[in-house]
Design a protein around this ligand. Sequence first.
Ligand SMILES: Cc1ncc(COP(=O)(O)O)c(C=O)c1O
Length: 402
Amino acid sequence: MTQAPSLPVFPRSTRAQMTGFSSTAAVLQAADKLRAQGVQVIDLGVGEPDFPTPEHIKAAGKQALDENFTKYTTSAGIVPLRQAVCDYINGNFGSDYTLEQCCIVLGGKQGIFNAVMSLINPGDDVLIENPGWVSFPEIVHFAEANPVRINTEATDFHLTADMVKAAITPKSKLIIINSPSNPTGRVIAPAEYRKIIETAAEHDMWVISDECYLQFVYAPAQVNSAAALPPELRARVLVAGSLSKTYAMTGWRIGFTLGPREWVAEVLKIQSQSATQAASIAQKAAIAALTQSQDPVKQMLAEYQRRADWFIPALNEIPGIACSRPEGAFYAFPNVKELARNCGYATSKELSHALLHKYGLVTTDGAAFGAEGYLRLSFANSMEALQAAIERLRQLVNDHRR
Ligand SMILES: Cc1ncc(COP(=O)(O)O)c(C=O)c1O
């Protein structure tokens, strides 16, 4: 019998070993499997708008194709788009960003990734909110650095400057702030936001402001950007912006970074040696998004508000669920500790698993974001889907009554 040749073991880098796959991807795969078996799955797991990209933005993309705008562009992005980004942010927040302070990237995530890689050395500490977006700790791990988590559960997920101050270590170099927050929906009020940046500055730290959900804010919370800070504070902050959610353009992969010249130059250097540039066609579409009618954004926001107005009270009527009103983004983040207990599940992960496999309802377990006992439910979904989700949750409660 011939022996099978021994295959080489792939020698993963330390960086690759330290970085995990998206912990939410497994749920999505399981949901796809159920769908393939014909199960009517209600999916509140996805983190993207359920609206199509607005027509005038798609038209600009099509026109770019027809005009053969299909070649390499400069790595930082075409000048009219960088100008549109500067005009949009400067116009809304009174800043004075110039073209050299703006780099177009392939979505907000790539902007954050490049910004972390250009600042952070192995062994540095990076402050992040907990719960917080799943990619923050993994990007920090990829830099062979340590995420230092600031737990916000005790303040119902409101981050304060005092909490930041208490978390700072001698090795802290960066804090990543995400307001409005995925998954909590919290929005940091402008005065507190400024105090947080001042605290970071006092400790010679740098800041990434992830403003992916910038425009999706529900009154009385206010739309706010790091761009509104005074210049001496802004000089420590890199704004990671994104068109993905604002304009329902998740697949187009357009984001931007605005910040101190030296930092943006490093972000650009990494981009020029990796992705090269954002897609030429998508850049043209992005100009239309930023410079033409903002009505679609207002309409989407009004619709999210309408859904939240119905969905959050409906969630709170279910015994064992307690859900605060989101101030921004499009996620409900209910506390389901009592519900899980009442139904005999030890963790929110078990509850989420049961909701998927027994009730065909996709949710994201809060533990994926660092908060056991919570679920993230996206209301970027039709009212019918939200109503069906509530029905399935009621069914779960009924099934465990006897
Ligand atoms: C908090 C947060 N930041 C950044 C992103 C990245 O968005 P994109 O890379 O699609 O612009 C997301 C996407 O889910 C997010 O939730």
